[in-house]
Design a protein around this ligand. Structure first.
Ligand SMILES: [Zn+2]
Length: 66
């Protein structure tokens, strides 16, 4: 089971595909930016700029990798 969604066909300019990700905070349900690298570092806490919670990527409500 995963909370990750990869968007298809986002490679408009032929570069930087998969570098920008959207995280949905599990606490306030707001979306914020992160990078794919940070998400895949499972030991690093993501920081929600909206409610100031910190949480591991797998605890986020939803992740979209664009
Ligand atoms: Zn939040």
């Amino acid at each position: 089971m995963t909370n990750k969604t990869a968007l298809p066909n986002q490679n408009i300019s032929g570069e930087k595909k998969g570098n920008i990700s959207w995280i949905q905070c599990n606490f306030c349900e707001q979306w914020f930016h992160s990078t794919k690298e940070l998400i895949e570092f499972k030991t690093i806490d993501l920081y929600c700029p909206n409610c100031h919670e910190e949480f591991k990527p797998e605890k986020s409500k939803k992740i979209i990798i664009a």
